[in-house]
Design a protein around this ligand. Sequence first.
Ligand code: BGN
Length: 343
Amino acid sequence: MFKAEHNQLEGQISSSQLIINKRIEVSSAFILGTRRKGTFVNMRKRRLCRLILLQVICTIGLITYLHLVDTSRERETLQNVLRDDNPYGNVRFGGKWSPSEENRCGCSEKVAILVPYRDREEHLDIFLRHMHPFLQRHRLDYVIYVIEQHGEERNFCKGLLYNVGFTEALKDDPTYDCFIFHDVDLLPEDSRNLYTCSKSPCHLSVAIDKFDYNLPYNDLFGGVSAMKTSHYKLVNGYSNLFCGWGGEDDDIARRLKRHMLKISRPDKNVARYKMLSHNQTEKNPQRFKLLGHWLSRAMKDGLKSLKTTGYNVTSTSQRELYTHILVNITKRGVIDYHHKKAI
Ligand code: BGN
């Protein structure tokens, strides 16, 4: 009795097992896309479908892998760029930077970048972010000095600020060999434009976007220029008398010529600059008169007359990206050459 029941049960199990097996077979055949012809399953078709499915999975996997590798590589490059262009990374307080011994450019020049400044915070910010990575690419030993004007004088006295910057920078470090005189609104576009001092004074801002990348006139020396410390002293620096826009650069160009110092220029395809936009500063109506008397002033008006020019250094401080020199300039009177000498 018990055996008969057992055999019956076994028979039921094996028949239901058969049904289940058949269902699995049918559904897998359906999934794999094979068609049954009656009860016969085409084994070759099933194998082919499995192979296709495997290939599809592999291709998707490969594409995903390549995409991940690519994005991580892209991210890595971007990080490098950001690291390279991060002005805060390795600039010492006071805006000082020097290359490591093994990375020196081969020149031992110490360069001071002088930037006369007033009321152009957003320009200064852009300028510093641009200049630090730019100068570091040259592997220069440099410091950026920002010479800020305040006080009663309404007009901007760029030449005087350059002379003060030059004098204060040499007090800070008497070993500077080279000075770069730089407008805050000019950004060099090409890293091949080297900020070093050659044998002769060099006019660096040859091609400015504002002038369609052309030099407006041959004797132009304004914008960005480079001079050896000895040359700047020789020509008595800039005139202290040009306050307001224009003329101070033409005046020093004449001084250089007088000392037979020929102005050199880099290639105009390299010496390219972008000028940051701003409102035109008030032009100095006295600039023509002043220029007319350039020779009689040349040996007095400048570095030599700085102490009697009516300014004092309010403070000198080391800021995160530059050395700040705050200069108080007292109000200038009108210079009348017919009754009084310039100084
Ligand atoms: C000139 C200015 C320069 C200035 C250039 C470029 C004068 C003096 C005129 C006798 N010179 O005209 O100071 O750098 O334009 O903008 O204004």
